[in-house]
Design a protein around this ligand. Structure first.
Ligand code: C2E
Ligand code: MG
Ligand code: MG
Length: 713
């Protein structure tokens, strides 16, 4: 027993403790019971330590497990004051697995070195289950075995573990490669994506410096800058090239960060990277698409502009020159129309690859769309160099192309402009090369022309002519001339062909060859063609009424006109209005019309055929077409082209072609007309060879209606 203090009331346990540890109002009463003070103070120190500990501490009797002592944390955990807690049995506290725990404690009681056991158990507390980390061991106190239980809330450990698991999962599942190194840049860990990208396994790289991936493409300065940034800012981001285990070099986008410990010292480096090979390839593809023609793969206009700037800069530096060749394929449209777009496209590709072979690697060949190509020759020394390239282009294209079982010949018309004389910017050089190309066409195609100043004037003239053409119909400047067609057997005029003329106020009578292509390009041919049909039919009505009752009228149709949807209706309506029998009208179409859009063409021609309108194939023998269409379409007349007729007497080949065409017509029961017959000899030859009808200067030049037919007696 302790001796009482000199106060009348004994101090409570807490007051006594406060007094001993120097707290509270009683603390001034030092030196009381000096003999006990040191023991008591040790006990109190332990008591205080126990109570201040966040760890739950319980002392239980063995073997039954009754609580004999508990600290403040225990009281809080089990929600009861010490006087209630003490005396309770362990299984009554709401703890799980207490039978197990007691069994172990009892088994260990009496052991020389009892084991400290750890486990996680749960505590049922009100509505919740609380996880606890529990340690327990048997302990000998004053010769008696007790069980000591230490427990604490396991939730923060759970949370930390979940966090770690999450981080590990993020690293392992990341679609980016991850390398973790120590402060000395030795690899500690890598993820699966790293292994997939580089081909190295963790075992192969552990402890090594990431330098082992280096491709050698970046120099020392690059890495110095990178480390400078990491040291200064703690991170670096950028693109670099590394090498896979198989030796392949690949681009990666990399982000490297230094991880510092709580003292600010670098403890790790984390490097996160993505393989950007695919992205780079995609970017390159997009770049390529943006700068190249989709069909031929040649540079497009954008790239040409870029190359032009380079050529310009180089020329300025070296006081040199550069030139543009504007290449247009002659009659390419015919190929498209007769053989179809697939063959047309293939031909353009083949032309492109032949062109590539004609220039140096430093020159640029570009397709401008359609059948137009531009060659940019940089650094040229004389006009002869350019002319040489133009001749090479012509030679390269001179061999026929074999496509889809066809043999196709294409020729180029080439216009040339040279800096600085013909312009010092792309637009004016292009414009002048274009004009020169147009001139090459005028000169009979398949040739090259250098730009000359006077060409500018001519282009102006063309523009003026176009605007005149737009007004010509309104102003009534068109006239029809008619050329008679004579029947060989009867010697009578069986029909006439209507041929269009433009009576220009200043230019005089303009030939259709000079304005029909322009009328087709501008679409003006549609109203003009309609006018021709109406005028010719009206004229025919007059003639038929004045004695030429069986006269037929041949009218030429353009491909553009043919494509307009209501052509059949127009003709039907016209024949009705003029009360003309359908077989009095003969429509002349060229082979190219037959071959373009064959399905629709067949439909239209057969409608004409059903109406009874006569169909003639004009300029027969000059197209690319196959003969199969003669069976397919309801054709009635073949008109042998005048180029074959011209040399009948002198050229065996032409004569053979003429007699072959006549033979073909006979076999297919078609009428055959020879055009361009100028001489008696030609007439005789054709008559002898079975030609039915003759047309040409020999039987009559095209003339206005009043001078076309001989007077009837
Ligand atoms: P085409 O239909 O083959 O017409 C025959 C051309 O040969 C005409 O040329 C005619 O004047 C010319 N010619 C006739 N006999 C002889 C001859 O003995 N010797 C020579 N050297 N030539 C002769 P033109 O009138 O200059 O017409 C040229 C082309 O213009 C025509 O060729 C035709 O394709 C087209 N054309 C004429 N009028 C029209 C029209 O109203 N509409 C359409 N779409 N085209 C037309
Ligand atoms: Mg004709
Ligand atoms: Mg003709």
């Amino acid at each position: 027993m302790l001796k009482p203090s000199d106060e009348s009331q004994p101090l409570s346990w807490d007051e006594e403790r406060d007094r001993i540890i120097g707290l509270g109002e009683h603390s001034q009463r030092k030196n009381y019971y000096p003999e006990l003070r040191s023991n008591l103070s040790r006990l109190e120190r332990f008591r205080t330590l126990l109570d201040l500990s966040g760890e739950t501490i319980l002392l239980v009797t063995l073997p039954e497990g009754r609580v004999v002592d508990a600290n403040a944390a225990a009281c809080e955990l089990f929600d009861c004051p010490p006087e209630t807690l003490i005396g309770k049995l362990l299984p009554d506290l709401g703890l799980a697995e207490t039978t197990d725990v007691l069994a172990l404690l009892n088994a260990d009681a009496g052991a020389v070195t009892p084991v400290l056991h750890h486990r996680e158990i749960s505590l049922r507390k009100a509505e919740t289950i609380l996880p606890l980390d529990l340690s327990h061991r048997a302990a000998l106190v004053d010769g008696t075995w007790f069980g000591v239980l230490l427990a604490h809330d396991a939730r923060s450990r759970h949370a930390a573990e979940a966090q770690l698991r999450l981080a590990a999962r993020v690293i392992s599942d990341s679609s980016e490669g991850i390398i973790i190194t120590d402060a000395e840049s030795r690899i500690i860990d890598v993820n699966t994506t790293f292994e997939e990208i580089t081909g190295y396994t963790l075992d192969e790289v552990r402890g090594k410096n990431p330098r082992l991936l280096s491709s050698g493409r970046q120099d020392k300065a690059f890495y110095q800058k990178m480390w400078q940034s990491i040291n200064d800012t703690g991170a670096w981001r950028g693109e670099l090239w590394n090498r896979r285990k198989n030796g392949e070099v690949f681009p990666e986008w990399l982000s490297l960060s230094a991880i510092r410990d709580e003292y600010g010292k670098v403890s790790h480096y984390v490097c996160v990277f993505t393989d950007v090979t695919e992205a780079k390839a995609r970017e390159a593809r997009i770049q390529h698409m943006a700068h190249h023609d989709f069909l031929t793969g040649l540079p497009n206009r954008i790239l040409l502009i870029d190359r032009f700037r380079q050529a310009e800069a180089a020329a300025q530096r070296n006081d040199g020159r550069y030139a543009l060749l504007f290449i247009d394929l002659d009659r390419f449209k015919n190929v498209n129309d007769t053989l179809g777009h697939t063959i047309g496209d293939q031909l353009l590709c083949d032309v492109a690859s032949r062109l590539v072979g004609t220039v140096r690697a430093t020159d640029t060949i570009s397709r401008q769309g359609g059948d137009e190509f531009i060659i940019l020759l940089s650094d040229i020394d004389s006009p002869e160099t350019v002319a040489h390239v133009a001749r090479k282009v012509m030679a390269a294209l001179s061999e026929p192309f074999r496509l889809g079982g066809h043999q196709i010949t294409v020729t180029p018309s080439i216009g040339i402009s040279v800096s600085p004389e013909d312009g010092d910017d792309l637009d004016s050089l292009l414009k002048h090369a274009d004009l020169a190309m147009y001139d090459a066409k005028q000169q009979g195609r398949n040739n090259y022309q250098f730009f000359r100043r006077e060409m500018n004037a001519r282009s102006l003239e063309m523009l003026l002519m176009e605007s005149d053409l737009r007004l010509a119909l309104k102003k009534g400047e068109f006239v029809l001339h008619y050329q008679p067609q004579r029947d060989v057997t009867t010697g009578q005029i069986a029909g006439v062909e209507a041929l269009l003329r433009w009576q220009h106020p200043e230019r005089g009578l303009v030939s259709p060859a000079d304005f029909i292509p322009m009328a087709e390009d501008t679409g003006l041919i549609v109203p003009i063609g309609q006018w021709v049909l109406e005028t010719a039919c009206r004229q025919l009505v007059q003639w038929r009424a004045t004695g030429w009752s069986h006269l037929r009228m041949a009218v030429n149709l353009s491909a553009v006109q043919f494509r307009q949807t209501n052509l059949v209706e127009q003709v039907r309506h016209l024949l009705d209005a003029e009360q003309l029998p359908a077989d009095a009208l003969e429509l002349e179409v060229t082979e190219s019309i037959l071959m373009s859009d064959a399905e629709r063409t067949a439909l239209i021609l057969n409608e004409f055929g059903a109406m009874g309108v006569t169909l003639a194939i004009d300029d027969f023998g000059t197209g690319y077409s196959s003969l199969a269409y003669l069976k397919r379409f309801s054709v009635d007349v073949l008109k042998v082209d005048r180029s074959f007729v011209h040399n009948i007497g002198s050229n065996k080949g032409d004569a053979a072609i003429c007699s072959a065409i006549i033979g073909l017509a006979h076999n297919l029961h078609l009428m055959v007309v020879a055009e361009g017959v100028e001489t008696q000899a030609q007439y005789d030859w054709l008559a002898a060879n079975g030609c039915h009808i003759i047309q040409g200067y020999f039987t009559g030049r095209p003339a206005p209606a009043d001078r076309c037919l001989p007077a009837l007696n």
